[in-house]
Design a protein around this ligand. Structure first.
Ligand code: WTA
Length: 648
């Protein structure tokens, strides 16, 4: 066992809930007991907290790998996230408080959000978007991102949000895979003081997207010149003009519980991202239930989840979960260090954020920047902190606890995935004692089990994370490829969903997530497939062969290391390295640029021609080959990886 991991597992510090927090907590021990006694009754009770226009006939129909939750039931997501909060005082409560990077702000009450969403829904209908049609959303973090998502759900259109940091090519591939008919983008967005012109990238993408008939363009404002934005006659329409022409009133479509809600593309072990399919009733039930219990949501809370809307965390915990609960969401457009490194803390103080949910990579950056930045601000309204996206090292956890939570706020470390739709392993604040670095125990109603390479359950120790029973927010399939859905998730360990993560369970039954054991990297909390980066590299005319592995990185968790062999006639050079990195940025997006590119005459292969990634990881991390004495935490994952690879 590595030193770091043994410290982790012998981590002595325990943080029991404070009596004051526990006495007022939303969650109770009874939730665990009820869910253990009758998981379906537990989920049914959670589903009943939503508004359904038609009640369901059965809670769950399960025929592996296909689950149907709340069959026969009908509901509308936008009606649940907006309309039902209009009856009482909440009508005039802020639904969304937003701040742009340059400092411009907007607040939308639930009533104002209702008007925007219904106008946008009517605008989509006017463009000929129908129930079941796919709509691509390629926007910066502005209120219109949430409005566009909700407008789609209102008319039963299926959104596919594409992260604004992805390239034109990535957008094009996602639009074509989903056969989207409409694209919603913006003339700009701010990032580190620069204006990113998403519309220009969208234009490049749309030139290769025959299924698209219309494009709505949000004018970002704040100094961005709309006349500089090229508009294509007949296809492009300004968002504000289209909305102005519509009435603020639109009947919500009564959607079947199992009708498609959204597609979200995520990286897997092949070069082609997978369109993860989520449906309506089960997804919203889990998003709403987890938001309420995990974040201890109460009236008066201001909830800030820092994720971009382009990732699943932005779907479930910026938009659907909090709004379904009638919360006030805070949303910020830009970078955490712009114009200075205290921006997040100044935002927390200024907007009275009470619940703050971010990724370990951000926390590690804050640590590096120094405690003087949070120390300058009044963070006394914060009462709960969350972490998501990658394992949080105990040092970062303790720093978060001391300098942001000021020893007062419980921390919830939440494990889940794009595929799970919502949180799966997490402490419930006020109930569960936390240990720095552990996501603690499964959320009530979740049937999660660790198994060894043969699929035999492991009660204590290390293994592969699997899920034994269906859960409401689970993915239903991979868009357009049901065979791949079965193959990817359900075939490795028969009868079980395999998450792709390795984990350990300690003597107290607490879960410690170790990271991916497949060829998926987690770079600064973003999922990137090694094969995607390899395909982007070999697409360059100079590249003969490429192999990509992850290497441990202090801030990002993992960094991307690429081994490249060049074709005859090309020679390695610093400029070639830059060119290849740029090529990956153009093919995928800047987040996938390799940190290191090593030129090699040959790549190490097995006799059958398989690249020996394990060796390359050793090289990338500067380990002596075969040497196991110096293994740090990633070494443990490497071992699990090797075990996992030996399964193939
Ligand atoms: C990793 C993000 C450790 C994990 C919600 C998973 C985590 C992948 C945690 C999913 C956590 C997420 N501790 N690892 N609390 N949360 N992960 O689909 O490897 O972008 O499989 O979903 O992130 O990434 P995705």
């Amino acid at each position: 066992m590595s030193d770091q991991l043994s410290t982790l597992l012998s981590e002595e510090r325990r943080f029991p809930p404070s009596p004051a927090f526990a006495s007022e907590a939303v969650a109770t021990q009874a939730l665990y007991d009820q869910a253990a006694a009758d998981p379906l009754a537990f989920w049914e009770a959670e589903a009943k907290r939503l508004d359904w226009s038609t009640p369901w006939d059965s809670v769950l129909e399960w025929e592996l790998p296909h689950a149907k939750w709340f069959s026969g039931g009908q509901l509308n997501v936008s009606a649940n996230c907006v309309d039902r909060h209009l009856a009482g005082a909440r009508r005039n409560q802020a639904a969304l408080i937003w701040e742009g990077e340059p400092g411009d702000t907007r607040t939308l009450t639930y009533w104002q959000l209702y008007q925007e969403v219904t106008r946008a829904a009517n605008a989509l209908l006017a463009l000929g978007v129908k129930r079941g049609d796919r709509v691509a959303i390629y926007l910066p973090m502005i209120p219109e991102a949430a409005i566009a998502m909700l407008a789609c759900t209102r008319i039963g259109a299926v959104h596919s949000v594409v992260f604004g940091g992805f390239s034109a090519e990535s957008l094009r591939d996602r639009i074509n895979d989903a056969q989207a008919v409409c694209c919603i983008t913006a003339d700009g967005g701010y990032r580190r003081g620069q204006i990113l012109s998403l519309k220009r990238l969208a234009d490049e993408a749309l030139a290769g997207c025959p299924s698209i008939h219309s494009c709505l363009v949000v004018h970002r404002g704040q100094g961005i010149d709309p006349t500089a934005c090229p508009m294509k006659e007949g296809r492009d329409h300004w968002w504000h003009r289209s909305l102005e022409a519509q009435a603020p009133d639109c009947e919500p479509a009564a959607m079947e519980a199992e009708e498609l809600l959204f597609i979200l593309y995520t990286s897997g072990t092949t070069g082609k991202p997978k369109g993860i399919v989520h449906t309506t009733g089960g997804y919203l039930t889990q998003a709403a239930a987890t938001t309420r219990h995990v974040f201890d949501l109460k009236d008066g809370d201001v909830f800030w989840c820092t994720a971009d809307i382009g990732w699943v965390t932005g779907h479930s915990y910026v938009v659907y979960g909090p709004l379904a609960n009638g919360a006030t969401v805070f949303m910020y457009e830009g970078a955490p260090d712009w114009p200075a490194r205290d921006r997040f803390w100044s935002l927390c103080a200024k907007h009275g954020v009470t619940i703050f949910y971010t990724a370990p990579t951000a926390i590690r950056a804050f640590m590096k920047w120094g405690i003087e930045h949070p120390a300058k601000h009044d963070l006394s309204r914060l009462r709960l902190l969350g972490s998501v996206g990658e394992p949080i090292n105990p040092e970062a956890w303790i720093w978060y606890h001391l300098h942001i939570g000021r020893e007062r706020c419980p921390i919830v470390d939440t494990w889940w995935q794009t595929e799970t739709g919502g949180i799966m392993i997490t402490p419930l604040p006020g109930v569960v004692t936390t240990k720095p670095g552990s996501a603690t125990i499964p959320f009530p109603g979740m049937d999660i089990e660790l198994v060894d390479t043969t699929g035999t359950p492991v009660a204590r120790g290390g293994g592969f994370l699997t899920i034994k029973s269906p859960w409401p927010g689970m993915l239903r399939t991979i868009y357009g490829d049901d065979a791949r859905y079965y193959e990817t998730y359900w075939s490795r360990f028969p009868g079980r969903y395999f998450a792709g993560d390795g984990a350990k369970i300690d003597a107290d039954g607490y879960w410690w997530i170790l990271g991916r054991v497949d060829d998926v990297l987690n770079v600064a909390g973003h999922r990137i497939g090694t094969m995607e980066v390899e395909s982007a590299l070999v697409d360059h005319p100079a590249v003969a062969e490429a192999a990509v592995v992850g290497k441990a990185h202090d801030l990002k968790g993992q960094a991307i290391a690429a081994f490249v062999t060049l074709k005859e006639g090309f020679t390695p050079s610093p400029s070639m390295r830059d060119e290849l990195r740029e090529h990956v940025a153009v093919k995928i997006g800047a987040i996938a640029k390799p940190d290191d590119i090593l030129f090699a005459a040959d790549l190490p292969k097995t006799r059958s021609g398989k690249i020996m990634r394990r060796l390359l990881r050793d090289v990338a991390e500067g380990r002596a080959l075969g040497d196991t004495t110096t293994l740090a935490d990633p070494g443990v994952v490497a071992k699990l990886k090797a075990e996992y690879e030996s399964l193939e």
